[in-house]
Ligand binder design. Sequence first.
Ligand SMILES: Cc1ncc(COP(=O)(O)O)c(C=O)c1O
Length: 373
Amino acid sequence: MNKSIPVNTPLLSGNELKYVTECIETGWISSEGSFIKRFESEFSKYVNRCYGIAVSNGSAALDIVVKALGLGHGDEVIMPTFTIISPAQSIITNGAIPVLVDCEIDTWNMNVNEIESKITNKTKAILVVHIYGLPVDMDPVLELCKKYNLLLIEDAAEMHGQTYKGRKCGNFGDVSIFSFYPNKHITTGEGGMIVCDNKDIAEKCQKLRNLAFEPNGRRFVHNEIGWNYRMTNLQAAIGVAQLENIDKHILLKRKNGLLYSRLLSNTKKIILPVLEKEYSKNIFWVFGLLLKSEENLNYVVENLNKIGIGTRPFFWCIHEQPVFQKMGLFKNQSFPNAEKIARTGFYLPSGLGLNESEINVICEKLKKILNDL
Ligand SMILES: Cc1ncc(COP(=O)(O)O)c(C=O)c1O
C-alpha cells in the first residue's frame, strides 16, 4: 500500500476558509466577534436548546458544568466506567466523587439497570456519556432523575446529530456538552459547547469560561475562581461553516459505518458494532470493533499500523486508570464488561475524509491479518 490511511481526516469542504478569512480581514480573531454568537445560537437551535456557550474544548465544558451545577465536596455523581477520562477528572477535581457503573456488552454504553442500586443520600447527579455511535438508553435514566430528584449531565461529545427515539442527543441533560475536536461530526479544530435551557445556569457557565469575571461588576475584581476556557472567533467561524454541512457529515459517517459492517460481516475472530437499537440507529462516530481474543489486540493493531492503517484502542476504564488508583480511588472495584471491551476493542479509520476504496483496502488487509492469526 503506498498511501497511509490516518485514523481521522476531517472534512473542510464548505465555507470554512471564507469565514476564517472574514475574521482575519476584519481583525476579529479573539473570543469576541460575531461568529461566536452565531455558532452558539445556531448550534443550540440545532439541538433544540435555549442557550449555547462555546468553550475551548469538551473537557473544559465538563469542568465548567460540574462547577456551575454546584457539585463539590462529598457529592456523588453516577457515571460509566467505560469512557474517556474527562468526565471523571472534572468530578474529582471539583471535590465530588464519581460512582461507577459497568457498560452493556453490545452497545458499550452504561448499563442503566445498574444505576438505581448505586443511588445513596449523597447522590446529586447522573452523568451519562453516549459512546462511539449509539446513545445511552435514556428513558430509564430520566425516570431515575425524576424519582430521586437528581441532576442530569449529558456528555454528548461524540453524538452530534444522533437521536434517541427521535429526540436529539444534547437535549436530555439539565446541561449537556459537545466536543468539536477534528474527529467529531463537526469540528472547530479544538472546541466545545455547553447547552441548556436554564438562564441562571447559562449565565454561570458564561462567567466560568471567562476567568469568572463579574459580568456587571468592576472589571478585574473577582469573587470566585474560573479558568480561561474561551473559544476564539476563528474557531467559531469554522464551526458555523461545519454546521451548514452537519447532515451531510452524519450521512457520510453512517454510510461508511454500514460499508465497514457489510465488508467485515462473517469475518471470524471479531465482533462488529450493533447497527441499531429500537431507539436509535448507529451513527458510527468511530467504527469500533472487538476481537474475540484479548491476546490478539497488539498483534492486529501493530500489523495494521505497519502498513499505514491508523487505529486507536478503546477507552481504558476509569476504575483502572493508574492516576486514580494512585489517589486510592475505586479500590477493589471490577466491571467485567467494561474491562473486556477496553482490552479487546479498537477502532479503524473513521474520518469524514475517508473514501470507499480506502475502506475496501482496510477491510481486505484486516481480514488477511486476522486469517494469519
Ligand atoms: C465522551 C467524550 N467526552 C469528552 C471528550 C473531551 O472532549 P475534548 O477532546 O474536546 O476535550 C471526548 C473527546 O473525544 C469524548 O469522547
